[in-house]
Design a protein around this ligand. Structure first.
Ligand code: SAH
Ligand code: SF4
Length: 352
């Protein structure tokens, strides 16, 4: 038996044809879409302005593959990690990070990741599959619900810094952002969304061609090809020169903000020579800021975070050379919710 199609993945034009075939009014498409996205209902029975026979018909012919809350953990610093179960039993994680004046939702774009950055827990998992647009969207809906419950306020910002490489799930990530920012969806400003990428030059250019409206963060971690390739194998096929060119193209086409992410690893990329190479690169790319990220320990990873003193020297060097650098301390470390720590841990005490 063929599986029923997921109605949120079904193109509206085809849905209209389906309705006409079933002798229903084509304008029902709009009502159905509104229930699915703006009102975020997850069963046809809740679509109360549709007739009972139509609701029954939709239930027979379609499914709504939605995320289920699976497990929730709260950190001492207020960060909340949520594990979601997908319809096919795969698991993903999303994080809610409250800070002064904002509440940021950190979303996953894939279950696992196919790239194996040597410092990232997700990289140690295999890629299970790409998430559908609806599954990315649902993370925002569910995290927003938790935000209101836990902090009394809706979330304000979204970063694609959870599991997976968003630009390797390009179509669905963009479709999800489209709905998240749409008046017919969650109506969140694209300016409050940041997509973080390990750097796939061709797709960064495509973002420029497609007129992306969100901000872009490049996970750089070294401005030196040899070093970067050592910790990020993707750099072999996407070296820094190609990324710099792609980022210039992206900026020229969209004018959107670009930032670099830079984890400081002790004795690996935290010397003054490393800082000098970074400054040089910042002069070639329209980057507005470098986020200096604290390394979050991941089991079996040989790197350590830089000591505070070295970090200060590094940051001072950047600032003296006109590069704006912001130190980002990690959040939610005690529950493995910090950047790079998202990996599904089964049967080790973190499961229900
Ligand atoms: N795949 C995308 C987005 C998800 S990773 C990317 O790589 O950009 C989100 C961020 O977490 C990236 O900047 C990544 O380099 C960083 N990260 C990965 N492992 C980390 C760790 N152990 N400590 C701190 N940051 C980490
Ligand atoms: Fe994948 Fe990003 Fe982790 Fe690299 S850092 S393995 S691209 S999730």
């Amino acid at each position: 038996m063929q599986a029923k199609p997921d109605i949120r993945e079904f193109p509206p034009v085809q849905l209209e044809e389906y309705l006409i075939q079933k002798k229903e009014k084509p304008f029902r498409v709009k009502q159905i879409q509104e229930w699915l996205w703006k009102k975020s209902v997850r069963s046809f029975d809740e679509m109360t302005n549709l007739s009972l026979p139509l609701r029954k018909m939709l239930t027979e012919d379609f499914v709504i593959n939605s995320l289920k809350e699976d497990f929730i953990q709260k950190s001492a610093d207020g960060t909340i990690k949520m594990r979601f179960r997908l319809y096919d039993e795969n698991l993903i994680e999303g994080v809610l990070i409250p800070s002064i004046g904002r509440i940021t939702a950190c979303l996953s774009s894939q279950a696992g990741c196919s790239l194996d950055c040597h410092f990232c827990a997700t990289g140690f998992m295999q890629l299970k599959r790409n998430l559908f647009a609806g599954e990315i969207y649902d993370q925002v809906v569910l995290l927003n619900r938790i935000s209101v419950e836990a902090y009394g306020k809706p979330l304000t910002n979204i970063v694609f810094m959870g599991m997976g490489e968003p630009l390797l799930n390009y179509k669905n990530v963009l479709a999800a952002i489209d709905k998240i920012t749409s008046e017919n969806g969650l109506n969140i400003s694209a300016k409050r969304i940041t997509v973080s990428t390990s750097g796939i030059a061709k797709m960064i250019k495509k973002l420029g061609d497609d007129g992306a409206r969100f901000e872009l963060a490049l996970s750089l971690h070294s401005a030196n090809n040899m070093k970067r390739s050592k910790i990020m194998p993707i750099n072999g096929s996407n070296p820094i020169e190609n990324l710099a060119e792609a980022l210039n193209y992206f900026h020229q086409k969209t004018g959107n903000k670009i930032t670099f992410e830079y984890i400081l690893f002790d004795g690996f990329n935290d010397s003054l020579e490393d800082a000098r190479e970074l400054v040089e690169l910042c002069r070639k790319v329209p980057v507005s800021m470098v986020n200096i990220i604290e390394y979050n320990p991941v089991e079996a990873v040989p790197y350590k975070k830089s000591p505070e003193k070295k970090r200060e020297v590094f940051v001072n060097y950047l600032e003296r050379h006109g590069v704006i650098a912001k130190v980002r301390h990690s959040r939610g470390k005690d529950i493995d919710a910090a950047c790079g720590q998202l990996a599904i841990k089964e049967r080790n005490g973190t499961v229900k």
